[in-house]
Unconditional design. Structure first.
Lengths: 298, 87, 387
């Protein structure tokens, strides 16, 4: 037993992620077995190695269980209105392009009430990173159907079973022009961390869909066990297919889940297009803001 | 020289730190620990949750998968520093 | 503090109210506008879109009014002065975010160039039907400031005033224009930049540790920082404590809501603004605002020519309402007459403050055009019949 080769630690290293969280607000409100906290772990670990100045990272959330992420991050954080995290993030970014703006919100918030803003920000290639936690339900309000609840699943507003088709979110994001599109589950912690790091470094509208368990509502109502059962399901029923055609990655009720990085391409961001356009058309007459000058005309 | 080579060939050893009061007993860490060194204790914390304990400490590699997967920031793994040659 | 000269088009202009409003915003230091086209307000953002690339501003036409009304708040927390522009139907869409601005104390200006409603109504024709909505449109209890210009010159001057009030009190301010004032073309004189006073939010520059982003001093207005300065603030629409953290206790709710209300109510004397003519010794006071203040003038002059002692009180700031002055006048006059381009809205405030001490006569109008002076005259004459 090579015990004597290892130092007995006098000072056990503190959990390095704690400085990224508002520890004065712990424990958080998420249920036992909820996957949101797991995704936050991955987000923090991605931030740790991203090289980003944390003073310049801002998190914007909407309303819902995932919307509470903003409140737990030890960063400039904004808990806005339901569905409107993306336009708030747009204003924030356009006012100060130096900021790294991350939208962290849920499937209902971002694609139901927030759907219009989602598609336009992707179209414009707004330089923001959108992390969407898909638990296939409206959790905070007690388990109502979401645009991502699979056909056949039960929710409180589809108590007889859902018969509405779902969004295929990676397909939606790609078709609107997102330059980075990936899907992972809360089980794929290492892939997810790497993907978030890539998305943070990517210029333009980067989008990651993360499937996460909602044990209290989605899993329980549909008799799928608890959070751990859901995580094991992700482990046993996911197929990693990087570069897959997003048209083919729709999710059925308890069907196999295609995960991976599907889209990673380049095109001018909104601000790049704007600044290039005015610079070309007006030359010295164009007066960018101070913040714009710092980033685009240094 | 040969002794150093022998030491560095062995896997890094690690341990975990468990904040039991924060734990909600979800069981992710126990299930997804690659060397399976954790178990849920029969004791419980003040909220009534069974929290994990490190039962096979010699097998812990400090990989921190438990830390990455924990939704409650209640556990993390770390790699213990090897003793320097001068010690 | 004075206006940045880069944005100020010093000189005399012959422009409409909408365009004057754009110039006022630029002179005030507004450098972010998010908007959506809606008649009769669109010209405001069109001019902004035209001018902004040369003054360091950013304009974006968002996908709807809901996005516009929250994008401006993102920009404010990014450090800018910001404004959005709309008319009735868009104003209705913005209500949730007006409440968010009030709750998070985000300084910003909402311009409503009113048109006849309800619903789609008469898109190209004037009304003053959003006055109560400006005050009460969002859910819950909160206070806002609302201003009603009556000329293109005032659209310029009072937009600057709107920004100044917004920054000083960290509150959303409504510029309640109407289609008539917005589309009339008159002489607008823009002074030199050094003569334009501009007020900025109180910025906190102290230590980062233990900074309480929503703690207020005696004036009830907290200091403000912006994202990127390292204060790691949390801003939420949930009921929150002085740190900005959500706090669900009844005591926190009482404290926060009371302060948000008091912030405007207890400072009302500094905010309220009105103009009076011949009110001393009057038997009848005609209370007006916006375009109606101009159509009332011929009626008042004709009434005075007939020997009636008629005074004129024009509201410039409509909310907070000048309760004290109306209460005082109601005790001295026989009647207050209030023509409005709506079916009676601000007149209810007059009635409330008058508390039965004098006759209060509404001169309603469904909108679409301005009052005929003869209708206002008839109401003035009728108001003291039997007294």
């Amino acid at each position: 037993m090579p015990e004597e080769l290892y130092e007995i630690e006098a000072n056990i290293p503190a959990n390095p992620i704690e400085e990224y969280l508002r520890m004065d607000r712990m424990p958080h409100i998420w249920c036992p077995g909820c996957g949101i906290g797991t995704t936050v772990n991955c987000f923090v670990r991605a931030l740790q190695t991203s090289g980003l100045d944390l003073d310049k990272v801002a998190v914007v959330s909407g309303i819902g269980c995932t919307g509470r992420v903003a409140g737990y991050m030890n960063l400039d954080s904004f808990h806005t209105t339901h569905g409107r995290a993306i336009p708030f993030a747009t204003g924030l970014k356009l006012a100060n392009p130096e900021l790294k703006v991350v939208v962290y919100s849920g499937d209902g918030d971002l694609t139901a009430i927030g759907g219009n803003h989602f598609i336009h920000a992707a179209r414009r290639n707004m330089d923001i990173t959108v992390i969407l936690i898909n638990n296939m339900i409206y959790g905070m309000t007690g388990g109502q159907v979401a645009p991502t609840t699979p056909v056949g699943a039960t929710a409180s507003t589809t108590p007889h079973g859902n018969f509405e088709e779902t969004f295929n979110l990676p397909f939606l994001a790609e078709s609107c022009g997102a330059v980075y599109v990936a899907r992972w589950t809360a089980h794929h912690v290492r892939h997810l961390t790497k993907s978030i790091k890539e998305a943070l470094a990517k210029k333009g509208f980067s989008f990651i869909e993360i499937l996460a368990p909602c044990p209290t509502l989605y899993s329980r109502r549909n008799k799928l066990g608890d959070g751990l059962d859901q995580m094991e399901f992700y482990r046993d029923h996911s197929q990693i297919k990087n570069g897959a055609d997003t048209k083919s990655v729709a999710i059925d009720f308890q069907g196999d889940i295609v995960v991976g990085k599907f889209v990673d391409k380049e095109r001018p961001t909104y601000l790049e297009a704007m600044n290039n356009h005015y610079q070309k058309k007006y030359g010295d007459r164009y007066v960018p803001s101070e913040e714009m000058r710092k980033v685009f005309h240094a | 020289m040969a002794e150093v080579a022998e030491q560095t060939k062995k896997a890094a050893k690690g341990s975990v730190v468990i904040s039991a009061e924060r734990c909600k007993g979800c069981g992710f860490c126990v299930e997804f620990c690659p060397p399976e060194v954790l178990e849920l204790a029969s004791e419980y914390n003040s909220k009534g949750y069974h929290t994990p304990i490190l039962v096979k400490r010699e097998l812990c590699t400090g990989c921190d998968i438990c830390g990455m997967v924990c939704p409650d920031f209640a556990i993390y793994g770390y790699i213990m520093k090897k003793k320097s040659k001068e010690a | 503090m004075h206006a940045d000269p880069i944005g100020v088009l010093t000189g005399a202009h012959f422009i409409d109210g909408d365009h004057a409003c754009s110039e006022g915003a630029i002179a005030a230091g507004c450098r972010f506008v998010a908007g959506y086209p809606i008649t009769p307000s669109t010209e405001v953002v069109e001019r902004i879109a035209d001018r902004f690339p040369f003054v360091g501003g950013v304009f974006i036409q968002m996908e709807d009014e809901i996005a516009s009304s929250i994008a401006i708040q993102g920009a404010v927390w990014g450090g800018k002065k910001a404004m959005t522009v709309t008319s009735g139907p868009g104003f209705s869409l913005m209500m949730e975010h007006i409440g968010f601005a009030a709750m998070t104390e985000t300084p910003c200006v909402f311009v409503d160039v009113q048109r006849a409603g309800p619903s789609t109504g008469l898109p190209t024709m004037p009304a003053q039907g959003d006055m109560m909505q400006a005050r009460w449109g969002s859910h819950g209890d909160y206070q806002i400031i609302a201003i009603a210009p009556n000329s293109p010159q005032e659209c310029f001057d009072l937009t600057i005033h709107a920004f100044n009030l917004s920054e000083r009190y960290r509150v959303p301010v409504m510029m309640m224009m109407d289609e008539c004032v917005g589309h009339m073309i008159e002489r607008v004189v823009i002074p030199e930049a050094e003569k334009i006073e501009v007020h900025n939010r109180k910025v906190y520059e102290g230590p980062k540790e233990n900074y309480l982003a929503f703690e207020a001093g005696r004036d009830l207005v907290p200091t403000m920082v912006k994202a990127g300065d390292g204060y790691k603030i949390h801003v939420t629409g949930l009921t929150h404590d002085e740190k900005g953290y959500p706090n669900m206790s009844v005591a926190t709710q009482a404290k926060l809501v009371q302060r948000l209300m008091d912030k405007i109510r207890l400072n009302a004397d500094d905010i309220i603004k009105y103009e009076e003519e011949n009110v001393e010794g009057a038997d009848i006071v005609v209370v007006t605002f916006g375009i109606t203040s101009r159509t009332a003038i011929p009626a008042i002059e004709q009434a005075r020519a007939k020997g009636l002692k008629v005074g004129h009180l024009r509201l410039i700031v409509c909310w907070p309402f000048p309760e004290k002055r109306i209460r005082e006048l109601a005790g001295r006059v026989k009647a207050i007459v209030m023509p409005e381009l709506n079916m009676g809205q601000m007149v209810y405030e007059v009635e409330r403050c008058a508390a039965g001490k004098c006759n209060v006569v509404s001169v309603p109008h469904a909108g679409g055009t301005v009052h005929q002076p003869k209708d206002i005259l008839a109401a003035i004459e009728k108001s003291i019949r039997g007294k």
